[in-house]
Structures are given as structure tokens and as C-alpha cells.
Write a protein that binds this ligand. Structure first.
Ligand code: PLP
Ligand code: COI
Length: 356
């Protein structure tokens, strides 16, 4: 049915909620725009997408995603430039990752270009919801879940795809404290760590809660087998500056979510001539560098988190304080570059923005 979908049926809200928004105090993920796009999969094909008012869903109690977790999602952001054009940051990479998550979770793939077209349509309709405030954006949340009414383990025959959007402020409002986790595991080789699937986040809640009780915002996950190698953080990939080089765990294993923001940080740093190594990084290497004062920068990269500079790293009973944020040249340069690029303040030399 995909070829018939260029003009999407739109049912608009009778009254917009936009005037109820407190634009100067946006937090993350609590305010939702007027419309959402819904597209069902049944009888072996995608049905026509529709844009409808943002509303509650009615679900059968045996909806299989709720029981067995066949559910995936994506996250990206839209901003506006000074002329009012919408700018979406690298949606093609999210479309590809969504397709990869579909494959891994036995779900029907949405062709990548079509995925991006659907994003465009729903963002265009609610473009007045894109915040102008500094550090804010319209967060775009596409997700797909299994809707068979069935008690039993098998890939569902029916699915629902939805895209909604929400104006958001910062996910982390201050530099983050992270703890290197050596017991709990986010993802094991052969598992689903590379897919952006709901269960990965559910599994992280308990260990993250234990770390939060000790004053940390997030964990740094290590490999499941030996807990000797750094993987990523809960909502972001991780990068370090060590001996003048930018280093980050390589994405060869299937245990790390391939971050669009990290990929962009690596590409722009290389473009600037910074030496970047994507490789296995041991916990020992990082802890030794912390002890010897050679770790000059550390930061997370993610759509929600943006570039989140790390202020403290906990390891076993030790707490390492990193150099002051004012001295963080590389993370600050990347952060400012991405912020300015996403809001159209500088030229899109890398061709990363979808503009309309
Ligand atoms: N890793 C995890 C587990 C995430 O949830 C996210 C957020 O999307 C990221 C990394 C960062 O990925 P991206 O930069 O594509 O948002
Ligand atoms: C994102 O950054 O898009 C994510 O999915 C992370 C989530 C915790 C909001």
C-alpha cells in the first residue's frame, strides 16, 4: 500500500492545546503536541497511515507487546532556523536503525525513505510546536509494537506504528555523574543490545536505581562476559579524551546502540583533524588515566542527552572528579557545533539536516 500514501488522511484537532504550554519551563517528555501519525500492519501489509489528534489508545489485554516486549522505538529532534524552516537532524540514520531494530525483533520493516516521509508529514503539521527557546527542541518519537491478541510466543502478525512529537527542554540539566557498573549487564553478545527495543530499558531500571540512590545519574555499562570493557551509558554512547586523542568504544559488537549523535561527534572531530580511535576500551585504561590525571574530557552523546559532559565517575569505592567543565575543549566544541548546526546558525557543511 506504500505507493498510495503520498497524501495522508489528516483529522485535525478541534482545538489546539498549544496555548496551554509553559514554553519557558519545558522539561523532557511531559508535553505532547496536537497530532500523531498512526499506521497499522495487518494481513501481511502496511495499511494507509493517518494523522489523527493525539489521544489515548484502546488496547486488548492480551496485546502481545505488553506481555512479550516486541516493541521498538526511535528518537530524533527538530528545530527551526531563523527563517522558520524546520530542520531535522539526520533522520536517515534513525530510519536505518529503526529498520535494523525491526529485523532483529522479527517485525515488519518500514522502508527507510518512507519512514522519513512520515516523520516529515507529522512534524510539518505540528511545526508551530517546535520551541524557539535555547536548548529546546521538538522531540520526535516513532515506535512500533506488536498487537496480536494472543497468549503464546511467536512473532505477532499485527502491529501498530505511531509517531508523536513533544516539545522538550534539556534531558540532563547539569554535568552528569556516572558509575562504572561491574555486576549488572545491559546487553550480552548475541542479545538485543544493538536494537532500540523496550526491554533493554526495562532491564536497566533496577541497576540504574541502585546507582541513583548513591547520587549518580547514570551507569556506564561494561561487557557482560568479563565486565572489563566500557560499552555505553544508559541513554547515550560515551567518549573520552585521553592523551590528546578522542576515544570511544567501537560499535563492532552487537551490544551497543549505534548512536547518531556519537557518529556525528566522531565524524565532525575527524573533519576538524582530531585524532579519533574507535576501539575496545578497558575499564583499567580509563581508571588509570583518571588516577594519573590524563583523562582530560569525558562525555555522553545522545539525542535526548545531546552532549552531556561527565563531571564525576564512580568506580568501586572511588569517586573521580574530572577536570572543570570550563577546561573541556573538545566536548564543548562539539556541543556548540551541534547546537548551532541544529538551529541553522551555521552552514550545514556535512549535509546532515533535512530542511523543509
Ligand atoms: N544508547 C542508548 C542506550 C540510548 O537510548 C540512546 C538514545 O537514543 C543512545 C545511546 C544515543 O543514541 P542517539 O544519539 O542516536 O540518540
Ligand atoms: C533518545 O535520546 O532519543 C532516547 O531514546 C533516550 C531516551 C531515554 C529519551
Amino acid at each position: 500500500m506504500l505507493e498510495d500514501t503520498l497524501s495522508i488522511k489528516v483529522k485535525r484537532v478541534q482545538e489546539s492545546k498549544i496555548n496551554q504550554v509553559d514554553w519557558d519551563n519545558l522539561s523532557f517528555g511531559k508535553v505532547f503536541s496536537d497530532h500523531m501519525l498512526v499506521m497499522d500492519y495487518a494481513d501481511g501489509e502496511w495499511k494507509l497511515p493517518e494523522i489523527v489528534p493525539f489521544e489515548d489508545l484502546s488496547l486488548h489485554p492480551a496485546t502481545s507487546a505488553i506481555h512479550y516486549g516486541q516493541s521498538i522505538f526511535e528518537g530524533m529532534k527538530a528545530n527551526k532556523d531563523a527563517d522558520g524552516n524546520v530542520l531535522i537532524f539526520r533522520p536517515d540514520l534513525n530510519a536505518r536503525r529503526f529498520a535494523e531494530s525491526c529485523e532483529r525483533m522479527c517485525m515488519p520493516v518500514i522502508p527507510e525513505d518512507f519512514f522519513t516521509e512520515l516523520i516529515k508529514k507529522v512534524v510539518d503539521l505540528d511545526r508551530s510546536w517546535i520551541p524557539d527557546q535555547k536548548g529546546c527542541a521538538l522531540y520526535i518519537r516513532p515506535f512500533l509494537f506488536a498487537t496480536d491478541h494472543f497468549i503464546g510466543i511467536k512473532p505477532s502478525d499485527n502491529y501498530k506504528f505511531i509517531i508523536f512529537t513533544c516539545p522538550v527542554g534539556a534531558y540532563y540539566s547539569q554535568p552528569v555523574y556516572v558509575k562504572i557498573e561491574e555486576f549488572y549487564t545491559r546487553a550480552a553478545e548475541g542479545g538485543v543490545g544493538r536494537a532500540k527495543t523496550a526491554g533493554n530499558y526495562a532491564a536497566s531500571l533496577y541497576p540504574a536505581k541502585l546507582a541513583q540512590e548513591k547520587g549518580f545519574h547514570q551507569l556506564v555499562w561494561t561487557d557482560a562476559k568479563e565486565h572489563k570493557h566500557i560499552e555505553e551509558s544508559g541513554t547515550m554512547n560515551i567518549l573520552f579524551e585521553l592523551d590528546g586523542k578522542l576515544i570511544t568504544p567501537s560499535e563492532d559488537s552487537d551490544t551497543i546502540l549505534r548512536s547518531v549523535t556519537k557518529r556525528s561527534a566522531v565524524e565532525i572531530a575527524k573533519h576538524w583533524g582530531v585524532e579519533v580511535e574507535e576501539r575496545r576500551i578497558t575499564v583499567e585504561e580509563i581508571v588509570n588515566a583518571l588516577r594519573e590525571g590524563r583523562l582530560t574530557d569525558a562525555f555522553g552523546a545522545g539525542t535526548a542527552a545531546t552532549i552531556a559532559q561527565i563531571a564525576k565517575i564512580g568506580f568501586r569505592d572511588e569517586l573521580f572528579e574530572l577536570p572543570p567543565i570550563e577546561s573541556r575543549t573538545i566536548s564543548t566544541r562539539i556541543k556548540n557545533y551541534l547546537t548551532d548546526l541544529k538551529s541553522g546558525k551555521i552552514e550545514d557543511e556535512m549535509g546532515w539536516l533535512l530542511k523543509f
